[in-house]
Design a protein around this ligand. Sequence first.
Ligand SMILES: Nc1nc2c(c(=O)[nH]1)N[C@H]1C(S)=C(S)[C@@H](COP(=O)(O)O)O[C@H]1N2
Ligand SMILES: [Mo]
Length: 211
Amino acid sequence: MPDWKKLIESKIALARRGAKPGKVHPNERVPAGQTLVTNFPVLDLGVQPDVPLDRWTLRIHGEVATEVRLDWAALQSMPQVEDISDFHCVTRWSQLDLPWGGVLAREVLALANPLPTARYVALLGYDGYTTNLPLDALLDDDVLVAHRVFGAPLSKAHGGPVRLVVPKRYAWKSPKWLKAIELRADDKPGFWEERGYHNEADPWKEERFSG
Ligand SMILES: Nc1nc2c(c(=O)[nH]1)N[C@H]1C(S)=C(S)[C@@H](COP(=O)(O)O)O[C@H]1N2
Ligand SMILES: [Mo]
């Protein structure tokens, strides 16, 4: 793994600093401490893996009855939905009304027949990035295994060909270049969660840091 020390320190500093005065619009759409943007910033660890469509697969494994490896054709053959949702990054920007296209995460999970013991998910990106959520968080009707945004295929910068979108959590819980979903009986902290970010990440409770 590359040396992310500087990047990690600057991201944590940004999140700790507070939003710029006069630029915050907390209201029923914008959580406290967030600044509205419209340019859909790109944020990641600086490694944007190249995943050609014919090499992309999504593995669903762990506490499941049927381990599944979904390829692009299989994803396309599933019911396609669109959902417009807001995106809140812990580094203080929020973009409203992102029009995602893809497949409901809960339908993708159902293919693997999760066992009753499955209570958490560990999510993995092709860049090695990890994050974690309760399984329940993936069952909402705004959580997409997304491959389109703004009516076009998802760009590599934004996690194409396929990413997860979990609008009710800070955006670090929405892994780009989605590679695997591991269903687990126990919770397993991901990249940022191990570095002090909050395990739950609800922007409406400003769950930025743990402790
Ligand atoms: N695979 C992967 N997914 C990731 C990240 C990453 O570094 N790698 N960064 C996260 C963070 S911190 C944010 S804010 C969002 C940003 O998504 P965007 O670049 O499409 O705006 O992606 C999240 N998903
Ligand atoms: Mo972020």
